[in-house]
Design a protein around this ligand. Structure first.
Ligand code: HMG
Ligand code: MG
Length: 319
């Protein structure tokens, strides 16, 4: 049996609505070994918006030598900005140079991206944790002055490929500094996908005790060990209602080799809709978009929901 929709059984302990922060065009495509043409990227973002995504991370204004996959940001951003006036289109900016590039193109939302560990700060930003926070401080204050919404990502919140398990207090301390800097929202990154639900719960409890409540938090899970949905459910139980995900499960991080794709947006939406949680997303349109993108990338989507729904659609056509 497949109607293309999950059966709905509500859980009153969970939020009534979740905002999905779609990262496929940025976190997903930054990790592709081949360069994706800008026309395909623009169509991807436009189709994601048509599927009901209201926050779509479009690209990054980072050093083009560090992430050549997103070197076309100046070409892509104006196209999607003009085509999708009602859609939130955040972009990553590591420093003032990145912020200048984003401001010049009229970006309204930016994200800085810190690390809870020294090893990843060095690998991803060529800086220590302190140096990278010093680099972000003027970015955040200038962005706020310009009336922009600012997200602060924090990577390696659970485990780090070089340092192993990351102590909760270490994560809370860097979150505190990002919050004090003026970030509107903090996104907790499980960059290499090693978190499990008890660990998520422990971190959210510690953040709450440190005065950083779930209303200001988003979660960003990669699915290396198949824990991303379970971890998301643990976060929803703590009242988190902003969840990052990547259409079709695209992704990884070029500077953390053990990172695989993000939680697939379709897998997330199937669970949320099954729980009666509103997202505003049309799962059929979203799945068709990921299947189309998988065709461009030349390999099937790792998302279980994309595979199940695409398989059901194919057998429906045959019968
Ligand atoms: P650096 O080499 O230390 O740069 O890189 P620098 O500050 O020494 O500057 C060197 C040159 O780069 C200068 O040019 C700058 O102008 C130029 P020169 O004067 O020599 O001609 N430059 C730039 N050019 C264009 N745009 C810029 C820019 N900045 C400097 N923004 C830097 C430092 C931060 C720039 C570099 O390390 C970088 O770009 N890193 C980005 C890495 C990245 O994008 N990683 C992936 C995103 S993070 C992620 O995926 C994790 C996340 O998903 C959450 C999770 O899963 O955990 C968010
Ligand atoms: Mg990520």
């Amino acid at each position: 049996m497949s109607t293309g929709l999950p059966m709905v059984v509500r859980d009153p302990a969970l939020p009534a609505r979740v905002r999905v922060h779609e990262v496929g065009a940025r976190d997903g495509l930054q990790n592709e070994s081949g360069l994706v043409p800008v026309d395909v990227k623009a169509e991807f973002v436009t189709r994601l918006a048509a599927a009901g995504l209201t926050t779509i991370e479009a690209t990054s204004f980072v050093h083009p030598k560090w992430v050549p996959q997103l070197a076309d940001a100046e070409e892509l951003f104006p196209r999607v900005r003009d085509a999708l006036p009602g859609v939130r289109l955040p972009v990553l900016v590591p420093n003032e140079r990145g912020l200048d590039r984003a401001l010049a193109l009229g970006a309204r939302e930016v994200a800085v991206f810190a690390s809870a560990t020294e090893s990843f700060a060095r690998a991803n930003l060529n800086r220590t944790v302190d140096e990278s926070l010093a680099m972000f401080a003027p970015v955040v204050s200038r962005a706020v002055e310009h009336g922009l919404t600012v997200r602060g990502y924090l990577s390696m919140c659970f485990g780090d490929p070089w340092e192993g398990a990351v102590p909760v207090e270490q994560v809370v301390a860097v979150c505190r500094r990002l919050a004090d800097m003026g970030c509107d929202e903090l996104s907790l990154g499980d960059t290499i996908g090693v978190a499990t639900p008890g660990h998520v719960s422990a971190l959210l409890t510690a953040l709450e005790q440190a005065g950083i409540g779930s209303g200001r938090l988003a979660v960003h899970f990669h699915d290396t060990y198949g824990q991303a949905l379970a971890n998301t459910l643990a976060a929803l139980r703590h009242g988190v209602s902003t969840v990052d995900a990547s259409a079709g499960g695209l992704g990884g991080c070029p500077y953390a080799k053990s990172a695989t794709g993000n939680l697939a947006t379709e897998d997330l939406v199937w669970m949320l809709h099954g729980l009666g949680i509103e997202t505003g997303i049309d799962l059929g349109l979203l799945t068709a978009t990921s299947a189309w993108m998988a065709g461009h990338l030349g390999r099937p989507s790792p998302s279980r929901t994309v595979r199940a729904l695409a398989g059901a659609a194919a057998s429906h056509k045959e019968s």
